[in-house]
Design a binder for this molecule. Structure first.
Ligand SMILES: [Zn+2]
Length: 155
């Protein structure tokens, strides 16, 4: 990595490495010092959702799920507690996330769109060009619909 043949190149590499470390440290400090937001609900609701007798529900359609369910019987989304850790089942969770990117069930923010972009390139690079075209088409449509309805597009 460090080429000693050219001293200017070595100094540039050390400088870039130092700047990257400073940027990483500033990012860690920014996360650490970020203000903590309070829960949006009161103590009574917090107690209700922490009740172990309360059945788990689907995060997509709120249908109660039986214990040990891996997929919602109503909408088919992955709902199991360890789906993202199982080698076979996590493919369905990834598919659900990527499907949400082109069907509009997410908040249209640049950070989320960047996440879809990076996830596609990292997980399914062969299909990335097609997916990215669909994602960009959806983002354009979403901005157009927000502008037509008078809503402010999210940053
Ligand atoms: Zn469901």
């Amino acid at each position: 990595m460090f080429a000693a043949s050219n001293p200017d190149l070595f100094v540039a590499q050390v400088t870039i490495g130092g700047l990257a470390l400073v940027a990483l440290w500033r990012f860690i400090v920014w996360i650490r010092d970020a203000p903590r937001t309070p829960d949006p609900w009161d103590a009574e609701f917090e107690q209700k959702i922490q009740d172990p007798a309360l059945p788990e529900t689907c995060h997509h359609c709120s249908t109660p799920q039986p214990p040990g369910a891996w997929f919602c019987s109503h909408c088919g989304n992955a709902v199991g507690p360890y789906n993202n850790l199982m080698p076979y089942l996590h493919v369905f969770s990834e598919g659900e996330v990527l499907r949400n990117g082109v069907t509009g069930r997410f908040q249209n923010r640049w950070l989320i769109a960047t996440g879809f972009f990076l996830m596609t390139l990292g997980v399914y690079p062969l299909f990335a060009p097609v997916y990215l075209l669909l994602l960009l088409s959806h983002l354009k449509r979403s901005h157009r619909n927000a502008a037509a309805s008078g809503d402010e597009p999210l940053p």
